[in-house]
Design a protein around this ligand. Structure first.
Ligand SMILES: [Ca+2]
Length: 194
């Protein structure tokens, strides 16, 4: 077991810090939605390159943060890699880099191992569910439409109940008025009208 862990650690340092496309491939096939590297990385084009959020553009301080994050083989309280977004950093913090490397061959297990308690964008859909759905865990306007609808409905349950009550009262009043008119008309036609 120790030898296995040592091999994983050595491989991790030997590997370039590229995106792990196994996760992206799984999410796309599972959800049917297109997903790019921005699911976990700062740059939608992945960590390799010289653009914003990519390794070639990092300052000395950011490189130090990257090296600290790359050494997070076990779960840590906080991981702050400049090439990862908040969801990517959360994954490394919760699972540890060693486990993430292992999960490249079982990307379908990521959601269960991350757990469904976190909701980074506060849209009511857990990060792990957004991973499965192929929606962005850092955009509160991006989620499976039905899940967003139910969340909004629950969040505004009181206002919705008041709206229904007001509508019901208005309809009841309208029906009463119409019924009164109908009775008066009926009485008028029968000659009993005052
Ligand atoms: Ca969410």
């Amino acid at each position: 077991m120790k030898l296995h862990r040592t091999v994983v650690v050595l491989l991790a340092f030997a590997m370039p810090a590229g995106a792990h496309h196994e996760f992206q491939t799984f999410v796309q096939s599972h959800s049917g939605r297109p997903v790019n590297c921005a699911l976990c990385h700062t740059s939608p084009d992945g960590p390799e390159g010289t653009g914003a959020g990519q390794i070639g553009s990092l300052t000395e301080g950011e490189r130090e943060r990257l090296n600290r994050a790359r050494a997070a083989f076990e779960p840590s309280p906080v991981v702050d890699s400049p090439i990862l977004n908040d969801f990517g950093n959360l994954l490394v913090a919760r699972l540890g880099k060693r486990r993430i490397l292992e999960l490249r061959s079982k990307p379908e297990l990521v959601a269960a191992e991350l757990g469904f308690a976190n909701d980074l964008d506060g849209d009511g859909i857990p990060d792990a569910q957004e991973y499965l759905d192929g929606t962005h865990p850092l955009s509160r306007h991006h989620g499976a439409p039905l899940r967003l609808f139910w969340h909004e409905l629950r969040a505004h349950a009181f206002q919705v109940a008041m709206l229904f009550a007001a509508t019901a009262i208005t309809l009841y009043g309208l029906i009463s008025v119409l019924r009164g008119f109908a009775l008066r008309l009926q009485a008028h036609e029968s000659g009993d009208a005052p």
